[in-house]
Design a protein around this ligand. Structure first.
Ligand SMILES: [Mg+2]
Length: 346
């Protein structure tokens, strides 16, 4: 990876964060015909089956009732006082996923709007803490949903990071404007695959390919269950011609991204460094997300032994997070309580 992938202010000839530059994801220039899969033991069929099992048409209504017993990680609302005591005296940085965390999951990804009250809650959070949105969406799209200029935005699963143009001094990334795009050289390839996937999958009603700039999403949400395997096979067949791209599995979505070792966890570390917190002991990141891709960030927090990971889920799931919230409305409650706690401690 070269410095051409990092856009820094003029007059600064070196990458700002050389230690965090992504490594190439292996494979070099050799052509691999095997499509790399990440998650669920690397098997798309296992993923399709687990997706069917967790869809509302299959999950029994008693699952929700037994939620508390089955989850080994407690509610971040119930445990708020405990969380607040661990926040005491720390510099808090808040990381928020978008879909399923700030906005409800919708059939049409273009209409995943967040509520005005959620926007108010996030705005309040950003008045007190450095705050970043970390999403698989393209950065401009997630910005258009959130519309708060004072936040950091990490789009394309962290492959497109931009510091806020305005906002409090603790959000100014050491006073430098930052635009970090470690996968820029993949843009033409991503565009080609977007066209190929759109063409290949058009025979499947409801299939939607979303161009997230540095990565792509193939949405299964509006596709009939019996067609899921066919759609997954179509995606795999297109990817066979692109060994520098890999597939990861999400929530009723297949994600296609460059094989660089970069994910939401790396984005979290990058942002902590950008904010000047890389070597601080008194920093406490709070990360809230609902997807498999958020597990990379939860894992980073776990490994650092520093920070609070909160999984948004109605159903019990294996996770590296420490707490849970059931849905976006609970996320909003949590954010409001965080702000109240901060105000009362000032
Ligand atoms: Mg999400």
């Amino acid at each position: 990876m070269t410095k051409q992938n990092v856009v820094v202010p003029e007059g600064n000839p070196t990458p700002l964060f050389p230690l965090l530059m992504p490594k190439s994801g292996g494979g070099g220039f050799s052509v691999r015909r095997k499509v790399e899969l990440v998650g669920e033991g690397g098997s798309i069929s296992v993923w399709v089956e687990s997706m069917k099992a967790s869809s509302p048409t299959h999950a029994s209504s008693s699952d929700a009732g037994q939620l508390d017993e089955k989850m080994s990680y407690p509610s971040a609302l119930t445990m708020f006082d405990e969380i607040a005591s661990s926040l005491e005296g720390k510099q808090i940085v808040v990381f928020l996923d978008y879909d399923g965390t700030l906005s409800p999951i919708t059939d049409d990804p273009d209409r995943a709007f967040m509520s005005d009250s959620m926007r108010d809650a996030v705005r309040d959070v950003a008045r007190h803490f450095a705050t970043a949105i970390v999403s698989g969406r393209r950065r401009d799209k997630v910005y258009n949903f959130v519309r708060l200029a004072e936040l950091y935005y990490a789009g394309s699963h962290g492959m497109d990071i931009k510091a806020p143009a305005k906002g409090p001094s603790f959000m100014k990334s050491n006073g430098k404007a930052v635009l970090f795009q470690p996968a820029r050289k993949y843009l033409p390839m991503i565009d080609r695959v977007y066209k190929a996937l759109t063409e290949t999958t058009k025979s499947i009603p409801g299939a939607k390919v979303e161009n997230n700039k540095f990565c792509l999403s193939v949405h299964f949400r509006c596709v009939e269950e019996k067609k899921w395997s066919v759609l997954a096979d179509q995606v795999k067949s297109v990817l066979r011609d692109f060994p520098k791209l890999k597939l990861t599995l999400g929530r009723k979505v297949l994600e296609i991204r460059p094989t660089i070792k970069w994910d939401k966890g790396k984005a979290l570390e990058f942002l902590l460094e950008a904010l000047g917190f890389a070597n601080c002991n008194d920093i406490l990141p709070v990360y809230i997300g609902d997807d498999r891709t958020d597990e990379d960030a939860f894992k980073v927090l776990k490994n650092r032994g520093q920070g609070i990971g909160i999984l948004v889920s109605k159903f019990p799931k294996e996770t590296n997070a420490s707490y849970s919230l059931q849905e976006p409305s609970e996320v909003m409650d949590f954010l409001q309580r965080l702000v109240e706690w901060k105000r009362s401690s000032l």
